[in-house]
Write a protein that binds this ligand. Structure first.
Ligand code: ADP
Length: 441
């Protein structure tokens, strides 16, 4: 069921219940009011009847009463002795049990079909009497009959009006949603630039559209970087392939000496090795990118990891500054991956700083370890700082040196899998500092 139909149904049921309850309340309170009012008037008539019949009041004669004090509709008055014979007549004339009730209490209110009645006990010189007046509340009954007719009709009209207005408002409120659905259907990979209109950023539809748009922004960015990656990857692949094909064609174009063949094969082998390294790095990156948690985590010592790392690099170029650990400097990590990440950073520092020395610092801070690798090399141009973590991206000033632009993307991913962070500070021509922060285990 669509939201519009569901809301209209809910509104109809609510309107039906509310209007029915209101109608019932009006009817019952009117009936109650008339009943009370009429019994009150019956009480006055009972008093008057007592004055005339029992007190034999000369001042208010029956003629005067009929003339000046309006009788109730179909009014009947009785004054019945409460002796044995009178009690029987009471029960017979009105209902069984009235006599008993009158003996117990002073006055009794009762119904006789649609007629209302009041009986009251009086004591005069000649004995005890019951004065009873019954009458029909014609005005009240007419009014209640009228209400019985008018309330359902009025109620139905009200419900119809409420449902119509509600349906119209729901339709109006949901109209922008339909437009958004229509537009969202048009958004595809080729039209990722389309965005939903935000009419009111504070209402729910506006917030939904903004959330949807920001999701599209992220998707578009991911698509763009994917495209960029594919184009960079094919470019990186094309270079060694072109060199291999060119060299092979050149050497095969005519008869060559053994040495010439050997030289050509060496170039081809070198380019094939380049391609092999690139493919391996790409595979490694793809594997790391697919991970959402660290594989095979275990307790590893950062100190041991760093010592193993520096063993693989020329010691004469390294300046070490290690703050000793009081306890074992352990983290929960993956030795192989962490080694790969740090080796990439150290390799870059050495590669991009010619023959300059590279400093490696290790410090223990509250709640984390800080590893910094500082070089005095070519630096990273400021405009390219945020791009160097993209796979296959290489800064302008680095393109003359060997590399494929995969190492940093891989290092960053690995460090993030360790819940750590990696950031760079650099000045072109002065050098670069890479900082790795890793939390305690
Ligand atoms: P590459 O194989 O090109 O070194 P990386 O992914 O390791 O690939 O690095 C990406 C780019 O970041 C490099 O091409 C280079 O432009 C820049 N870069 C990284 N480390 C340094 C550094 N220490 N000094 C200068 N530039 C660096």
């Amino acid at each position: 069921m669509k939201i519009r139909d569901r809301l209209t149904l809910m509104l109809s049921v609510t309107a039906l219940l509310a209007v029915s309850m209101l109608g019932l309340a009006i009817y019952l309170s009117t009936a109650q009011f008339h009943k009370k009012e009429f019994f009150k008037r019956l009480g006055e008539r009972v008093q008057l009847t007592e004055l005339i019949f029992l007190e034999k009041n000369e001042v208010i004669s029956e003629a005067v009463r009929d003339r000046f004090l309006q009788r109730l509709d179909l009014e009947e008055e009785y004054a019945i002795t409460l002796k044995r014979s009178g009690l029987d007549s009471l029960n017979r004339l009105f209902y069984q049990g009235l006599a008993n009730e009158l003996l117990k209490q002073d006055s009794v209110l009762f119904w006789q079909g649609q007629r209302q009645g009041m009986a009251k006990r009086y004591s005069v010189e000649s004995g005890d009497y019951a004065v009873i007046v019954t009458a029909l509340d014609v005005f009240g009954l007419t009014k209640l009959n009228f209400l019985k007719k008018i309330l359902p009709t009025g109620g139905l009209l009200c419900i119809g009006l409420l449902v119509a207005v509600g349906w119209f408002s729901i339709n109006r409120a949901l109209m922008p949603l339909e437009r958004k659905i229509e537009k969202a259907r048009r958004i595809s990979a080729s039209e990722l630039g389309l965005r939903l209109n935000v009419f009111n950023p504070r209402d729910e539809l506006g917030q939904l559209a903004m959330t949807f748009n920001s999701m599209l922004d992220r998707l578009q960015a991911a698509f763009e970087s994917q495209k960029q990656f594919v184009s960079n990857a094919s470019h990186e692949m094309r270079n060694p392939l072109t060199a291999i094909i060119g060299e092979a064609e050149l050497v095969l174009s005519k008869e060559r000496s053994k040495q010439e063949y050997q030289e050509a094969m060496e170039i081809i082998l070198q380019e094939a090795k380049r391609m092999n390294t690139l493919t391996q790095q790409l595979l490694e990156l793809a594997k790391a990118e697919s991970l959402s948690t660290l594989p095979d985590p275990e307790k590893i010592s950062i100190e041991v990891c760093l010592v193993e790392l520096i063993e693989k690099f020329p010691p004469q170029r390294l300046r070490l500054n290690f703050q000793p650990c009081e306890d074992d400097c352990d983290i929960i990590g993956n030795q192989y991956l962490l080694h790969t990440a740090l080796a990439n950073l150290l390799e870059n520092a050495l590669k991009y700083s010619g023959s300059e020395p590279v400093s490696l610092h290790f410090a223990v801070e509250p709640q984390r370890y800080r590893i910094t690798i500082e070089d005095r090399g070519i630096g990273i141009p400021p405009g390219e700082m945020d791009k160097i973590f993209q796979p296959l991206y290489r800064a302008r000033n680095a393109r003359g040196l060997k590399g494929h632009g995969i190492g940093l993307a891989l290092s960053k991913k690995i460090i993030e899998l360790h819940n750590g962070s990696l950031f760079f500070e650099s000045n072109v021509g002065q050098g670069t500092t890479a900082t790795v922060l890793l939390p305690f285990c």
